[in-house]
Ligand binder design. Structure first.
Ligand SMILES: Nc1ncnc2c1ncn2[C@@H]1O[C@H](COP(=O)(O)OP(=O)(O)OP(=O)(O)O)[C@@H](O)[C@H]1O
Ligand SMILES: [Mg+2]
Length: 460
């Protein structure tokens, strides 16, 4: 497809020269003689890239760029400036330009820069598309979480999922490693092919070996017929090696070979089996430490670690708690036929101040138990395990609005109550309160931390 380039310059000679060169290079070229005409052409010509002079009468290049960005035009901008000064460059970049060239324009450098920024733009669009697709998949696979910590995990997953790369998923127990492994498969071109899971910690070395690679008839006592292993079952699809940190050294060698060569022999067999399998591995162990202590092969570690993501523990992303709580309220409300309206005042606070050593799994269990035990239509802190109840740091609902409460307390009450109202969605709460999601996330962290450090009761 021909890329469209818009040339904006008040000098006709400069425009003509650029137009000739760019047309010869196979671009479709539009032109405008000043900033205002340029702005109009952004909508009518819809360029992929804009070559824009900075100094022009009426609206100058930087003002035009600012307007274009404010109007949401996604085309890339390469600015042209008569003298290269760091200041101009910085100004242009700040205003949202991708690059700049100096005048008189050097043909090869402007072509090279155009090509580079267009390529970058294509990549960015592709990533956005993938991320979008992954986001939809998330809803489907029920991965909940809006924290920046989790979003950056999604980001890596979105980029790596469509490839064949081996992905190592790390994180404490209960942080959602298995969910991520499934999401990787679903966001890959293999999504309609098998997703096969093996728990490497659940079997003895011998059994695990035949589970992974299969065995030939009579290869060991009890091996009555030939059996295909998980690698064969996962052919053309994805194999999820869970608790990989628990695999014995003998098997580690064999795994390394399959990962490198995509081939192996069944237990008791001599015939080499070829497979096309994408591997996702997970462990709650600190693999690097295991390597240092000699329990895990370094070469296998590096082979697995091509791309790795680490799921942060829940205590590091407490801003995910409100939406997770809502997610579990809904899920267990359905399971137990007991639909609750939401959380009573103070409950979210109690959930936020706990440390969650068992991570999301523990949170899920706590909410399930609370749903089962709840007497009323709202979940109260009395429905939570004793460890979570503790002294209540905030006053009863509404009290903080009385004279004498600090603005900070009022804000805290407003944020927590709004979150309860909108089912824990930080983005919706941010909308309602007219503040940024970041601010809410930041505050939630603060509230959680404050309760750990300050043991003194809160006085209003
Ligand atoms: N972000 C999330 N959104 C919704 N549910 C989650 C999320 N993270 C984890 N869970 C739920 O928490 C439980 C534990 O998740 P999962 O089994 O993926 O954890 P894990 O890291 O594999 O744990 P382990 O190391 O103990 O195997 C599951 O029930 C899962 O559905
Ligand atoms: Mg797991």
């Amino acid at each position: 497809m021909k890329h469209r380039i818009l040339v904006i310059d008040d000098e006709q000679n400069a425009r003509d020269a650029l137009k000739t060169i760019l047309t010869e290079e196979g671009y479709e070229v539009g032109e405008a003689a000043d900033g205002e005409a340029g702005l109009a052409a952004l909508s009518s010509f819809r360029p992929d890239a804009v070559l824009c002079d900075i100094r022009m009468p009426k609206m100058d290049g930087l003002a035009l760029l600012a307007r274009a960005r404010a109007d949401g035009h996604a085309c890339v901008f390469v600015m042209m400036t008569a003298f290269a000064s760091i200041e101009t460059a910085v100004q242009a970049m700040k205003a949202g330009a991708e690059d700049y060239v100096t005048k008189p324009v050097d043909v090869s450098s402007v072509l090279a820069k155009l090509e580079k920024v267009l390529e970058k733009r294509a990549l960015k669009q592709e990533n956005e598309l993938l991320r979008e697709r992954l986001r939809e998949k998330h809803k489907f696979s029920n991965i909940v979480g809006e924290s920046t910590e989790l979003q950056s995990v999604f980001d890596v997953v979105a980029r790596a999922a469509p490839t064949r790369a081996t992905i190592l998923v790390l994180g404490e127990s209960g942080t959602g490693k298995e969910l991520i492994a499934q999401a990787i498969h679903e966001a890959s071109p293999r999504r309609d092919k098998p997703f096969v899971k093996v728990n490497c910690a659940a079997l003895t070395e011998t059994l695990l070996e035949s589970e992974l690679f299969g065995h030939e008839k009579g290869s060991f006592t009890g091996a009555v017929g030939r059996r295909e292993g998980r690698f064969e079952l996962a052919n053309t699809g994805t194999l999820f090696l869970d608790e990989l940190g628990d695999v014995s050294p003998g098997l580690q060698v064999k795994l390394l070979r399959v990962l490198q060569q995509q081939e192996f022999e069944r237990v008791g067999g001599t015939q080499t089996v070829k497979v096309d399998v994408r591997v996702v591995a997970a462990t709650h162990r600190d693999l690097e430490a295991e390597v240092k202590s000699g329990r895990f092969r370094e070469d296998l570690y590096y082979r697995l670690n091509v791309v790795s993501v680490t799921l942060p523990p829940l205590r590091r992303r407490k801003s995910d708690i409100p939406s997770l709580v809502n997610h579990f309220l809904e899920r267990y409300g359905e399971v137990h036929g007991k639909k609750l309206k939401g959380l009573a005042p103070g409950t979210l606070n109690a959930l936020l101040s706990y440390d969650w050593p068992g991570n999301v799994r523990e949170l899920g269990n706590v909410i399930e138990r609370a749903v089962v035990l709840a007497r009323g239509t709202e979940l109260t802190s009395d429905d939570l395990p004793a460890a979570l109840r503790g002294p209540r740091p905030t006053s009863r609902s509404g009290d903080s609005l009385i004279p004498g409460a600090t603005l900070y307390d009022i804000e805290r009450e407003a944020i927590l109550r709004t979150l309860e109202l909108v089912d824990g969605s930080t983005s919706r709460a941010a909308d309602l309160l007219g503040i940024s999601v970041r601010k809410i996330q930041y505050r939630l962290k603060e509230y959680a931390d404050a309760q750990h450090t300050a043991e003194k009761p809160h006085v209003n």
